[in-house]
Design a protein around this ligand. Structure first.
Ligand SMILES: [Fe+2]
Ligand SMILES: [Zn+2]
Length: 480
């Protein structure tokens, strides 16, 4: 398990029977393999030392982009005017212009009345619905429509005068949904950081702590590449905690909230030992696995080793998809049981079994990987054919994540924190000697996405799109 993979311990991949070759090499000559004379190029850690941060633009691999402070707003009408082109269709739909001279959208009639955006129907501060849906007459009818400066006023047959901003109408028109091609959508488009690049995404602690634009760049790097280093972190737990809290509150689990630990098996989990850990995701045993995980090595004395491993699981899944679509769908369709039962007072198991590849239920895109051979329980609810199929597909995926060119090895040092997307990146570490002190924590998916979308799109655009599930890039809800 995993929670602390970088400091903890390692259990070799017993089930697969093979260690990553780099890990195997490190086991053969563990005391020197991580030094400067390492013969294994994957472990020549100096090649992955991080560049110095000299400006707010921490790293050339993170594209500099202007901070979007103001969201797009709908074009205002030049002149308010009255339009009678509202039409009712079979008594259910209404067609309405999304601006005085704009395109026409289709809206369900009862839906449009229920989702009136006026301050009597939606609380202006909390954005919660306050209209009593079921007091609206079932056969509600529309009356006069009037285009005002920033939206549409609509007279309803129950006497209510509704209001709908143009931007809101634009983002919420019904009836244009195209059926999704599941196989076309299965792989989320993403940028993949090539582990051989000497410039992994990195930001500066000082900037992130003091500037929302730097915070935005940090979250954008995590979203785009799946991970990011933070340089110049004061070597103490308090500063590391503050760094995490720039994103959101820290998630508590049965391991506690913010962790600060040494390899002493405080918790009965391989993560708390000194052994190597193969690439895995954490929290496969939770119904809602933590989204982000941050590690900061505070000290490592009287020994060496403990290099950190990252593998881009989405990229690996894409390679599997290209190699054999059947394998991809097998790992997306056959759910597995997981558990965390190392301590006397816990045996955590999710409410439902989950597949290795979680596809978004509406968009059919890969959006979550659960890969933890340590925590997978013995599944019973499958037949022999399914077992054979699943193990074959899992073996093929395991082979891909062990390819050297997919593995990013870095030696963490005090002052440099690593954060990664636990729904995408697999992480691990090589074994180590001596005493390490590591701190860090988890952040929930929903809290990360909230902060990320607000910084990326601006609050108004996020609010304009509440409920919009259209799979197009303009939609903040299509970033996850
Ligand atoms: Fe872990
Ligand atoms: Zn209203």
């Amino acid at each position: 398990m995993s929670r602390i993979s970088i400091s903890g311990a390692f259990a070799p991949f017993k089930n697969s029977g093979t260690l990553p070759s780099s890990l195997a090499a490190s086991r053969r000559s563990s005391s020197i393999i991580l030094g400067a004379v390492c013969q294994n190029p994957r472990l020549r850690l100096s090649s992955h030392r991080l560049p110095a941060v000299t400006s707010t633009r921490a790293n050339s691999s993170i594209p500099e982009r202007p901070f979007r402070e103001t969201p797009m707003v709908a074009k205002n009408a030049l002149e308010p005017f009255v339009d009678f082109d509202i039409e009712e269709h079979k008594d259910q739909y209404v067609s309405l212009r999304k601006a005085p001279d704009g395109p026409i959208g289709l809206y369900g009639k009862f839906w449009l009345r229920e989702n009136c955006q006026c301050s009597k129907c939606i609380h202006p501060d909390t954005r919660q619905r306050i209209v009593d849906t079921f007091s609206i007459p079932k056969n509600i009818r529309t009356g006069k429509v009037e285009y005002v400066e920033d939206g549409v006023e609509l007279q309803w047959s129950d006497g209510h005068r509704g209001f709908y901003p143009f931007s809101w109408l634009g983002f919420h028109a019904n009836g244009k949904k195209k059926p999704m091609e599941p196989h076309m959508m299965a792989i989320r488009f993403h940028k993949h950081h090539d582990p051989s690049s000497p410039f992994p995404p990195a930001v500066s602690y000082t900037n992130v702590m003091s500037d929302d634009r730097a915070l935005w760049r940090w979250l954008e790097a995590i979203q785009v590449y799946g991970f990011c280093f933070v340089q110049g972190v004061p070597v103490d737990p308090e500063s590391t905690k503050s760094l995490l809290e720039r994103i959101a509150f820290i998630r508590h689990t049965h391991y506690g909230g913010f962790w600060d630990f040494t390899s002493d098996l405080t918790f009965k989990d391989t993560a708390y030992t000194t052994e190597g850990l193969g690439a895995h995701t954490d929290n496969t045993y939770f119904t809602d696995p933590a989204r982000l995980q941050l590690f900061h090595l505070l000290s490592h004395t009287d020994g060496d080793g403990g290099a950190s491993l990252l593998v881009d699981g989405f990229h690996a899944a894409k390679l599997l998809f290209v190699k054999n679509r059947e394998y991809f769908h097998t790992l997306a369709e056959i759910p597995q049981p997981f558990h965390a039962s190392g301590n006397e007072d816990t045996s955590i198991q999710p409410a439902a079994q989950a597949p290795v590849f979680g596809l978004h239920p509406q968009h059919q895109r890969l959006f979550q990987i659960r890969w933890n051979n340590y925590d997978r329980a013995a599944k019973t609810d499958w037949n022999m054919a399914e077992q054979i199929k699943w193990y074959e597909a899992a073996r093929a995926f395991n082979d891909i994540i062990h390819r050297q060119q997919l593995q990013l090895w870095t030696q963490l040092e005090p002052g440099t924190a690593l954060i990664f997307d636990n729904w995408r990146m697999l992480h691990g570490r090589s074994e180590f000697t001596g005493k390490r002190r590591m701190c860090g924590g988890y952040i929930n998916n929903d809290d990360f996405l909230s902060k990320y979308r607000l910084l990326e799109f601006g609050r108004q655009k996020v609010l304009d799109n509440l409920g919009n599930n259209t799979p197009l890039s303009y939609n903040p809800n299509f970033r996850y």
